[in-house]
Design a protein around this ligand. Structure first.
Ligand code: M6R
Length: 579
């Protein structure tokens, strides 16, 4: 949600901001804008896609700030788009986060004669800066920050100074350190074309950046944060010949799997904490919650450690006893509900672990211990490789905690995943793409796989889809079964096979078209279903990853067949930073 980019150096700053904001498009947005200094402040704002922006070439200069806005306070419109300016249009600000006391501040500013143009909470910031500005932007921003309640990542510029002043509290902000050039962004992806050197700003930081250097303050003190190296290459954030990021990211899964396994092996602390735990609570949202549910099945079955999963937004109603180890799982590391659940559990005295894909993300500052899944940046809103990475991390954790009981799963996945990513699912797509409702069913660990398959399908194809434990169908959803309601079933050999087969016969008896993912050579299953998608004979734990990938591909091709905006589905944002 909302993306921020700022550049100061020697290049055409507005173009750098535009390109950077296009790299952040996946965060989700409805309008955008850029302000540049040349030396006069010029602002361009619009509604819609930034790739369609025509007039940005009119913005000159080597210092600019830009923003993609996901509307919270005020409708998506040119006026409400950032940057927002002061009364004299000499100071411009972009902001990610929410200023909770803006109404009070706005009323006071209006009384003091300020005229507001937008309905946003953000606009109070340039007006407050205007009141304190006497030719030094750093000084003015430092004076107004204590007045702001809520969360923010802010970039500000003022006419007359080729400087960006940035501040962070609760919303992500990174600084790329190049050679006589500096670039701010909401995450590291836009930096990659300019530098691999990155500073992750901390809460309370204020940075003053000019083309000849930067200073970071926290309170009144200058702070020296370490410069980290971005671990991946620019090719990771390009489509590289794929029609969509989602397909590219699906194809990256075999490499990701190995990277993640390695990351767990190197992280002795996480495994040690889990070994000691008498019970575990996992908090996560969406796809991360589905991956976490697979973890809970594995932990209970293999390691015999009671493990429950609570979705981030519900955690406050089910707080955990302090004796439980709490694991927050979030690809982006910015999901507000997951982070606030971790904070609650920390306040209650629980030990906390964050499992995330994004280095330096907010969740890494909240948890006691961090495990990086190392899937590389995921651009498509639909999580694919990050899900596989989470499940891979969980498999390896269980492997290490249990004394290598899941080793066969790891080798099966390494062997078969490269072929499975290009499996032929065209008949399944033909059968599903015109449905208005789809049901996904599985048992045991394949139940969360079914939920994840349904989530993927609904978010990118807009076909209503639900994942169920196969045994639950008879308790209500059976009423939906008819020729128009296809069912996708996960029916691999293993503990759940025979009872799944009975469930599938019951489904077929209600005339519902059936797509089944099963083991190659399973003639009974092939005869029963309408479309059979064979997987190699693998261990049950490998089957969860391989069948999840099949469901990702099915969702992808359905969405393409329906002409959907696959990488940026309507109404969704990649990182959900509001509760
Ligand atoms: O970044 P997180 O893993 O915390 O995100 C949680 C969900 O918002 C996310 O998994 C969402 O459900 C995906 N778009 C699903 O593909």
């Amino acid at each position: 949600m909302c993306g921020i980019v700022g550049y100061v150096g020697y290049r055409d700053a507005a173009s750098v901001c535009k390109d950077g904001l296009m790299h952040l498009e996946y965060r989700g947005y409805d309008s955008y804008g850029i302000a540049s200094l040349s030396p006069k402040l010029s602002v361009f704002k619009s509604v819609g896609k930034i790739s369609n922006a025509k007039n940005i070439s009119s913005l000159k200069g080597t210092c600019a700030i830009g923003h993609t806005r996901w509307a919270t306070h005020g409708v998506p419109s040119e006026i409400n788009a950032h940057p927002l300016t002061d009364c004299g249009d000499k100071i411009a600000v972009v902001h990610n986060g929410i200023i909770e006391n803006y109404a009070k501040l706005k009323a006071a500013l209006i009384k003091r004669g300020h005229v507001f143009k937008s309905e946003t909470d953000t606009e109070v910031i340039p007006h407050l800066i205007e009141e304190k500005y006497t030719g030094n932007l750093l000084d003015a921003v430092s004076k107004i920050l204590p007045m702001l309640e809520g969360s923010y990542a802010i970039l500000a510029v003022a006419e007359g100074e080729n400087t960006i002043v940035a501040a962070r509290k609760g919303s992500p902000l990174v600084l790329g350190v190049g050679d006589s050039e500096y670039i701010f962004a909401s995450d590291a992806v836009p930096l990659i074309d300019y530098t691999k050197n990155v500073i992750y700003l901390e809460d309370g930081d204020i940075a003053e950046v000019k083309s000849d250097g930067y200073k970071i303050f926290n309170g009144k003190k200058i702070v020296k944060h370490p410069i980290s190296k971005i671990e991946w290459d620019a090719s990771v954030v390009r489509k590289s010949g794929f029609p969509h990021y989602m397909l590219k990211e699906i194809f990256e899964q075999p490499d990701v799997f190995s990277n993640t396994i390695q990351s767990v092996k190197e992280n002795k602390e996480v495994v040690a904490l889990i070994k000691k735990a008498s019970s575990i609570t996992v908090v996560a949202c969406g796809t991360s919650a589905n991956a976490s549910m697979i973890f809970s099945y594995m932990m209970e079955a293999v390691c015999k450690i009671p493990t429950r999963v609570v979705v981030g937004s519900e955690y406050k109603y089910f707080p955990t006893p302090a004796s439980s180890l709490v694991i927050g799982v979030s690809q982006s590391g910015e999901t507000a509900d997951t982070i606030s659940a971790l904070k609650i559990s920390k306040d209650m005295g629980a030990k906390t672990i964050a499992v995330t894909n994004v280095l330096g993300s907010s969740i890494t500052r909240t948890a006691d211990v961090v495990l990086y899944t190392r899937a590389g940046p995921e651009v498509s809103v639909a999580a694919t490789k990050s899900f596989t990475a989470q499940v891979a991390a969980f498999i390896e954790i269980v492997n290490l905690v249990s004394g290598k009981k899941l080793e066969p799963a790891v080798s099966d996945i390494l062997r078969y995943l490269p072929d499975v990513v290009s499996a032929d699912v065209s008949s399944a797509v033909e059968l599903c793409k015109n449905a208005s409702t789809l049901l996904y069913v599985g048992r045991g660990m394949f139940y969360p796989v079914a939920m994840e398959g349904a989530l993927k399908m609904k978010e990118i194809s807009y076909i209503h889809a639900e994942g169920y434990a196969a045994g639950e169908l008879k308790h209500g959803p059976f009423a939906l079964l008819c020729r128009e309601t296809p069912v996708a079933a996960l029916c691999l050999h293993g503990a759940t096979y025979s009872v799944m087969m009975s469930n599938l016969k019951e489904i077929k008896a209600r005339n519902a078209p059936l797509v089944a993912v099963g083991e190659a050579g399973d003639q009974d299953l092939e005869d029963l279903c309408d479309v059979f998608i064979p997987l190699p004979k693998v261990s049950e734990y490998a089957g969860i990853i391989l069948s999840s990938v099949i469901l990702q591909i099915m969702a992808y091709h359905c969405a393409v067949a329906l002409g959907r905006d696959v990488d940026m589905p309507r109404n969704l944002a990649k990182s959900v930073t509001v509760e």
